[in-house]
Design a protein around this ligand. Sequence first.
Ligand code: BES
Ligand code: ZN
Length: 616
Amino acid sequence: MQKLVYIALGTVLMTVSCNKQITSTKEVDAKDSQTFADLDKAKIKHLSLDIETDFKTHQIKGSAAYTFTNNKAKELILDTEKLTIDSVLLANGQKTPFHLGEKDAIKGQALVIDVSPKDTIVKVFYKTSPDANALQWLDPQQTHDKKQPFLLTQGQAILTRSWIPIQDTPSIRVTYDAKVKTPKDLMALMSAINPKEKSTDGIYTFKMPQAIAPYLIALAVGDVQYQPIDNRTGVYAEPGLLKAAAWEFADMGKMVTAAEKLYGKYPWEQFDVLVLPPSFPFGGMENPRLTFATPTAIVGDRSMTNLIAHELAHSWSGNLVTNSTWDDFWVNEGFTVYFERRIMEELEGKDYADMISVIGFQDLETSMRNIPEKYTSLKVDMKGANPDDAFSDVPYDKGYLFLKMLEDKYGREKFDAFLNKYFSSHAFQTITTEKFVDYLKENLTNGDDSFVKEWIYTTGWPKDFKKPTSKLFDLAEAQLKQDITNGRNKVAPKKVEISTKSTNEWVHFIRQIDPSKNTKEDLAYLDSIYDFTNSKNPEIECAWFEKAFLMQYDKVNANAKDFMVNVGRRKFLEPLYLALKETNQLDLAKDIYKSARPNYHFVARQTIDTMINYKP
Ligand code: BES
Ligand code: ZN
């Protein structure tokens, strides 16, 4: 039985069960603990990059000039990580002294530049390290077409500082322009107004007139081409993948229209997607104007396009209204997941939206079981920690359940009007959890915030969430039961077309296999009907290989290894390495990892290094 205790929160008394804790209160300081910058003194407003990408040495070299507001500052402090700083100039072209501070394992190093209170412009000449955390330099072999190298950046959460010296906190916004020199035959693209064709001299200029948080500054360089979908959406991909990519994401235009109908005009003019090589560590990254996406979403039946809806939704939640610090990350992702599912409901109907809600709920259950309890509240405290340590499905799907609860409680119409106004009144601003709660009290809940605090600040499961259900998944479960019974009754398997169900239905089917009840023989029987081991659908592969690892059905091992060497998407890698670890197959895990690790981005390496205790 849970005992109830009373905890004083300012002047408010609230009830919480005693196995939970309040992780934060309203009085919390909104200062971002992950930056060295002193924003009260100096704040960057505009960034001007002039850089060159050196594919031989794996370095970016050049300069970054800043315009900043100066409040009697004697120093301008920027965040850096593994950067070499060559010199710093003032507006008059004179050199000014600078120094790098002590190294911090998480934050990197402060770059402290001497300025006088009248200075508002400085220019830093620098180069990146070949193992810069944000950068992934890929050999031709690691790309789809295997002809040209590829470079991509990943800024979120605090990696931008490893390729640009910057005040690397989501609590500021900057506009930017850039001149980027690349090898000829490659196209450069940024989270800015982009070219549609390659330049003849390898020089590209960019403008980003809308102010964005520094984690959203992005660059990719590769052999890509553009295919428009409509007058404001389109796809960039390597030539050999472009047709398939444009077909898979053909509904992008409709998605933008559906999103606008829900929460207001699309704020960034253009919405393009860049399909990256398979080692990209995420499913998608919402870089403004140019979402970065994994090729593993191209499954041939348009069934994983919620990923595009998700990144599109960030155009409002995250890019337009931005979490103030990484402690408030749920404000970016929770709203985005809610919004993503609303877009998908418009496009594909409720059955589709229900499926992805159940998948998300299952992921949340796994996270709640496995992560440290302190990271199971929506608002977290990341002081002294790496924002990536708190990364889990909690901000995504507990955030979703919270917003869904509000929708159910106040009705869809009222809730939509609330969200509409929330986005427009906070456009191009940052928001803390506390500010959001105040806004909610004033605009939706009539001053009531008792349940709000339990949802946001308390760890573990909230009392009043509604577990999502799906009709289509019920059918998939019934199918699994029948197949297992047939297998055990030695009914000869019939060859079945996998296309009879969509990707999510198969993922659910496989997820329902229970290692404590089902046997290796059951897996072999299912494999003989559906041939999961040879599936070319990454979602199915991941779900199937995980079960196979857990149940030591080693027929999959060769294919699973290929998959894990080729694909660097962390969401797929984590459960697979974990399954091997939990079943005492660490030797196999390490053998695969040895071949795979060079293909992974820093963020995936960091996760797997820690998980399987790998010392490079
Ligand atoms: N912004 C995230 C990716 C991210 C989060 C990168 C935190 C670095 C730090 C992106 O919008 C995201 O959530 N991607 C998901 C997509 C999925 C929910 C459809 C992913 O990569 O799996
Ligand atoms: Zn997201």
